[in-house]
Design a binder for this molecule. Structure first.
Ligand code: UFG
Length: 340
């Protein structure tokens, strides 16, 4: 069985779908702190299968150990973590406690029960503002600009050190660029609580009429149209990379024990390009204004995907247009479903 922590969250739920479609047995542990139990219905509607689900906090080591005692876990995909940059600046200890203790509890349990493989959710935030583009996995790790980013760096180090001490354990850290979109069925997608921080949920909520206006944070950057550039990757494409990583470890292809891979499309898009693509693909006009820069924003970042393409045999397939359309379909489906 594959244990997916945070499996009712945004990327976790899409990965659970891909795992079930590939025939894996899946168990989810999630404390539902930033997700909804109804996600399980979406997963089952898409796949016709029901993953095992347990609701508890990974910071509770005794509950976690019991889980490993009672279930045969073959590998772990670890998504469960806090992920809001601004919130992490306001509550650093909450972030360090949650993101580090949950990982350490998992690693202890995996070593006690001889579970050999861990896929870890990391982020391109570890590169900060890169010196050259596209950014490769060999780019230097920059001082983190937020406690959230720092937890990703520290977690990678904790895993790396643990592997050196326990060579039977293998791990792949996947550094996500900007995951967006929803499952093509529109039965699962991103569910931000409150006002979204991220661009695409803000766009879909504005288009739906829940927000008056999208603020484009800065149009005087040193980029062709003055707005920031990111590598927006479809969430289902991203989910599939986790299966590739899992299979690589199960076939013991990763001799080095700890590997990192960038997950992006290899293509940078500006905020204005995203807005234009959204308007074109959905035929919905978006109300937006230019506003001040957001503090802490990187100007330009997009991935070199060569390593993931060659070694994982994985490549992002979906276009920005179709991914934004999937986000829009999800926003509509979700709003109708909660209205009923
Ligand atoms: N943006 C706007 N208006 C908004 C929201 C975002 O103009 O209302 C802009 C941002 O300024 C940025 C771009 O849209 O230029 C993307 O912003 P997001 O908040 O969607 O994504 P970020 O790249 O800032 O952050 C994402 C993840 C973080 C992760 C980071 C790594 O959300 O968890 O990538 O670089 F740390």
């Amino acid at each position: 069985m594959i244990l997916v922590t945070g499996g009712t969250g945004y990327i976790g739920s899409h990965t659970v779908v891909e795992l079930l479609n590939e025939g894996f047995d899946v168990a989810i542990i999630d404390n539902l702190s930033n997700s909804n139990i109804r996600v399980l219905e979406g997963i089952t509607a898409i796949t016709g299968k029901k993953p095992l689900f347990e609701q508890f906090d990974l910071c509770d080591a005794s509950l976690l150990n019991n889980f490993f005692k009672n279930n045969r876990v073959d590998a772990v995909i670890h998504f469960a973590a806090y992920k809001a940059v601004g919130e992490s600046v306001a509550s650093p200890l909450t972030y360090y406690h949650n993101n580090l203790v949950s990982l350490m509890n998992l690693l202890y349990a995996m070593s006690s029960y001889n579970v050999p493989a861990l896929v870890f959710s990391s982020s391109c935030t570890v590169y900060g503002e890169p010196d050259s583009l596209p950014v490769t996995e060999l780019a230097p790790i920059k001082t983190a600009t937020s406690p959230y980013g720092n937890t990703k760096q520290i977690c990678e180090e904790i895993i790396h050190d643990s592997i050196k001490a326990h060579p039977k354990l293998k791990s792949i850290a996947l550094r996500y660029f900007n995951p967006i979109g929803a499952h093509e069925s529109a039965l699962i997608g991103e569910l931000p609580i409150g006002v979204p921080n991220n661009l695409v949920p803000f766009i879909t909520q504005t288009a739906f009429g829940l927000r008056d206006c999208l603020k484009v944070f800065g149009n005087d950057y040193d980029t062709p149209d003055g707005t920031c550039i990111r590598d927006y990757i479809n969430v289902t494409d991203l989910a599939k990379a986790h299966i590739a990583a899992l299979k690589r470890m199960q076939k013991s292809e990763n001799e080095s024990g700890f590997e990192v891979f960038n997950l992006g499309t290899g293509m940078g898009s500006s905020v204005l390009e995203v807005i234009n693509s959204f308007e074109k693909t959905t035929s919905v006009r978006l109300n937006y204004i230019f506003a001040d820069r957001r503090s802490g924003d990187v100007v330009k970042v997009y991935a070199s995907t060569d390593k993931a393409n060659k070694i994982l045999g994985w490549k992002a397939e979906k276009s920005l247009d179709e991914t934004l359309l999937s986000a829009w379909k999800w926003e509509n489906f979700y709003r109708k479903s909660i209205a009923n």
